[in-house]
Design a protein around this ligand. Structure first.
Ligand code: S3P
Length: 174
């Protein structure tokens, strides 16, 4: 079965939607941040401190290259910066149907204010950081995606239904 790849900004619900979606669709669930933390043996924030963002990005690309060809019947949630490298965006399209979970700026800021786990938001004004990153990233997420799902005001059930419907259409099962 074709994989489903979830992309989107930090706090867009990739991990929580992905876990539930995989259960509904009887698929496996994987999360690139979790896979990388297992590989690093430490939290992503610690890896950023020790090795820097550029090395983290290299490791994300290496992980995608390893997944390519081996991932099957899986919902894959990805780190918020992973689809930004053109090379990664291409690899994601090969891996499966790429779904962009898109929340509004307001929802995103609300969910992320007070976050202490994400290195890119550490120190300073979360709202300003989110705004600046969103501006750069929204066009890239949109270009990397096969399908964009707007999540504001929708329940998990509605979001999952929409993804399932698009996936079946793509597989010609609808
Ligand atoms: C990042 C998002 C994080 C994690 C890392 C970098 C980003 O993943 O990969 O902190 O660049 O947006 P989540 O989107 O799961 O928070």
């Amino acid at each position: 079965m074709e994989n489903i790849i979830l992309i989107g900004f930090m706090g867009s619900g990739k991990t929580s939607v992905g876990g539930k979606l995989s259960r509904v669709m009887h698929m496996k669930f994987k999360d690139t941040d979790q896979l990388l933390e297992e590989e690093f043996g430490c939290k992503i924030s610690e890896f950023f401190e020790k090795e820097g963002e550029a090395e983290f990005r290299n490791r994300e690309t290496a992980l995608l290259q390893r997944l390519n060809g081996t991932l099957q019947s899986t919902v894959l949630a990805t780190g918020g910066g992973l689809p930004l490298r053109p090379e990664n965006a291409e690899l994601l399209k090969k891996l499966g149907m790429v779904v962009y979970l898109k929340a509004s700026r307001e929802t995103t800021v609300r969910r992320l204010s007070g976050d202490t786990t994400r290195p890119l938001l550490a120190g300073g004004n979360v709202e300003q950081k989110v705004e600046a990153l969103l501006e750069q990233r929204i066009p890239l997420y949109t270009a990397a995606a096969d399908v964009t799902v707007l999540t504001d005001g929708k329940s998990f059930y509605e979001i999952i239904n929409e993804i399932e419907k698009r996936w079946k259409e793509r597989m010609n099962w609808a």
